[in-house]
Design a binder for this molecule. Structure first.
Ligand code: ZN
Length: 481
C-alpha cells in the first residue's frame, strides 16, 4: 500500500488493516524467504523497549541472562517423548556443514530446553547448586508456510526463561511468579489487560506438566496468547539425567520451569490499540513519545521557531522523554501530522508564531484532543500527558475486553457468539476432551484458559456448556490467533 491509498478501515477488513498499519508505520516487511519477516528500525525499537522492561523485571526476580547455541543435536530432541512429537513437524534440520554430510543432523532450536538440560546435567551436583535461574534472549525457528507479520513467522525473536529447583513447590511458585511478571508487564507497559489461567492438556506446551498463559483480547474480538509459563515437573530432568544430592545425601531429579514471550507481542500491541489512522503506541513503548512540529512561513520565523523547538527538545530529553523536532523543509505540516500519526507517536507539539507569542505549544494527543501547554515547565506538562495517555489506553482496552466478554453461556449462546461477534465466552466445562474438540469443530473457538480465581465468575457454572454433565471447572472460549 502507499500513503496515498491510506489504511483499510478496521470495520471493512481487520486483517488488511493490520498489514496496512505495519507497512505504513514501517514496523516490518516481508522477506525474500517465505515465512520470514524483516523487522524494521521502528518495529525493532518497540521490541528493544519491551526487552528492556522485561529484562529489568527478570533481573529483579533473581534471573541471569545466558546464551546457548542455535544448533541442537537431533538426538537431544528425541529424549523427551512428548517434546519431540510436538516439535518434530516444525523443526528445520541442518544435514550438511563445511561442504560435508554431518554425522548427526542438527536441529535449529525451536526452543532450548533440551540443550539447556544437557548442560544442567553437568553443572548441577548438589542441592547447593540450586536454584538455577536463567533467561536467554534469542531467535527460534518453527517452520511456517503462512506468514502473518509478528504473529506467525518461521523465525521469531523471544526470551526463554529456564529454571531448576530442588522441590516441586518451588518450581510451581516460580511458574506462577513469571506468569505474574508477564501480566504486570502487559498491563503496565503494553496497556493490555490480559486474562491469566491454565491451559487444558490439548493446548499445553509439549513436554510440560502444566502450562499457564496470558491471553489478550484484540479489537476484532479474537484472543492472542501473549506469554506462557510452564511447570515442567521432572520430565526434562529425567530425560537428561539432571540429578542433585540432597542435604541428607539422597539423589533427586530437579524440578523445572520454562517461560517465554516473543515479538508476537508487537503484533498484539498493534491490534490492541491501533485505529483507522494507523499505529497507536502506548507512551512507555513508543520509539518516539513526542514530536515537535514548528510551523513557519518566512525564513525569520523559521530560525526563531527552530531555536525554541530545540530548547524544548533539550528540556524534554533531560526529563527522560524520547523526542524529536520535525524540521523538514518543503513538507506541509498536515503531511507531517499524517506521517507521525501513522507511526503512532503519542504526542505532537505544534509550535507556530502565535503559540510562541503566548509562550505555549498546542499538544495533540494521538488518541484525539488538543490542549495548549505552557512552554514554562513544559517537561512536567508533557510527562503528565504521557502518563495520562498510558492509563487511558489501558482503561479503553479494559472496557473493550469487558464489552467483548459474556459469562455463563449456554451451548446456543456459545455458538451464536462465536458465529457472530466473537470475544471471550465463559462457561462450565466437564473436563472431557471430547467436548473441547466438539466445540472447536463447531465454533472454531478453543479453550484459551481455565481462568485464575480473580477472573472467574462470581457464580461457578454448574454444568458443562456442551454436554450438560456437571462442570469440573469454568473455562474461557475464544477464537484465537
Ligand atoms: Zn462436556
Amino acid at each position: 500500500m502507499t500513503a496515498e491509498k491510506g489504511i483499510t478501515p478496521r470495520a471493512q477488513d481487520f486483517s488488511a488493516w493490520y498489514n496496512d498499519v505495519i507497512m505504513q508505520a514501517e514496523l516490518a516487511d516481508y522477506s525474500p524467504v517465505r515465512g520470514c519477516m524483516v523487522i524494521r528500525p521502528w518495529g525493532y525499537r518497540i521490541w528493544e523497549l519491551m526487552q528492556g522492561a522485561l529484562d529489568g523485571m527478570f533481573k529483579a526476580t533473581g534471573h541471569q541472562n545466558a546464551y546457548f547455541p542455535l544448533l541442537i543435536p537431533q538426538s537431544f530432541l528425541a529424549k523427551e517423548a512428548e517434546h519431540v512429537e510436538g516439535f518434530a513437524p516444525e523443526t528445520a534440520v541442518v544435514t550438511r556443514g563445511g561442504g560435508k554430510e554431518l554425522d548427526e543432523p542438527l536441529v535449529i532450536r525451536p526452543t532450548s530446553e533440551t540443550i539447556i538440560y544437557a548442560m544442567l546435567a553437568k553443572w548441577v551436583q548438589s542441592y547447593r547448586d540450586l536454584p538455577i535461574l536463567l533467561n536467554q534472549w534469542a531467535n527460534v525457528v518453527r517452520w511456517e508456510m503462512r506468514t502473518r507479520l509478528f504473529l506467525r513467522t518461521t523465525e521469531f525473536l523471544w526470551q526463554e526463561g529456564h529454571t531448576a529447583h530442588a522441590t516441586a513447590a518451588e518450581a510451581e511458585a516460580e511458574t506462577r511468579q513469571m506468569l505474574e511478571v508477564y501480566r504486570e508487564f502487559m498491563e503496565q507497559w503494553m496497556a493490555l489487560p490480559v486474562l491469566t489461567g491454565m491451559k487444558t492438556d490439548s493446548e499445553k506446551f509439549a513436554g510440560a506438566v502444566r502450562t499457564y498463559a496470558c491471553e489478550g483480547l484484540m479489537q476484532d474480538n479474537k484472543a492472542l496468547q501473549t506469554g506462557t509459563s510452564h511447570f515442567l515437573g521432572q520430565n526434562f530432568a529425567k530425560a537428561f539425567g539432571v540429578q542433585y544430592q540432597t542435604a541428607t545425601g539422597t539423589m533427586e531429579y530437579v524440578w523445572s520451569t520454562s517461560w517465554g514471550a516473543s515479538t508476537r507481542m508487537v503484533g498484539g500491541l498493534v491490534m490492541a490499540h491501533g485505529d483507522d489512522l494507523g499505529l497507536v503506541c502506548p507512551p512507555r513503548l513508543a520509539p518516539l513519545q513526542v514530536v515537535i512540529v514548528p510551523i513557519w512561513k518566512g525564513e525569520g520565523e523559521r530560525e526563531t521557531l527552530l531555536e525554541v523547538a530545540g530548547r524544548a527538545r533539550a528540556d524534554l530529553r533531560r526529563a527522560g522523554a524520547r523526542v524529536e523536532v520535525d524540521a523538514r523543509d518543503g513538507m506541509k505540516p498536515g503531511a507531517k501530522y499524517y506521517e507521525w500519526e501513522g507511526r503512532g507517536v503519542p504526542l505532537r507539539l505544534e509550535l507556530g508564531p502565535r503559540d510562541l507569542a503566548k509562550r505555549q505549544v498546542m499538544a495533540a494527543r494521538r488518541t484525539g484532543g488538543k490542549t495548549a501547554l505552557s512552554l514554562d515547565g513544559l517537561a512536567d506538562h508533557v510527562t503528565r500527558e504521557l502518563e495520562a495517555m498510558q492509563q487511558a489506553l489501558l482503561a479503553a482496552a479494559r472496557a473493550r475486553r469487558e464489552a467483548g466478554t459474556v459469562r455463563g453461556v449456554t451451548k446456543e449462546q456459545l455458538i451464536e457468539r462465536m458465529d457472530g461477534p466473537g470475544g471471550f465466552a465463559y462457561g462450565g466445562y466437564c473436563g472431557d476432551v471430547a467436548c473441547e474438540q466438539a466445540i472447536k469443530d463447531r465454533t472454531k473457538a478453543t479453550i484459551r484458559v481455565l481462568p485464575d480465581p480473580e477472573f472467574r465468575s462470581a457464580e461457578a457454572p454448574a454444568t458443562c456448556v456442551w454436554c450438560g454433565r456437571p462442570a469440573e471447572t469454568e473455562a474461557v472460549w475464544a477464537k484465537a490467533y
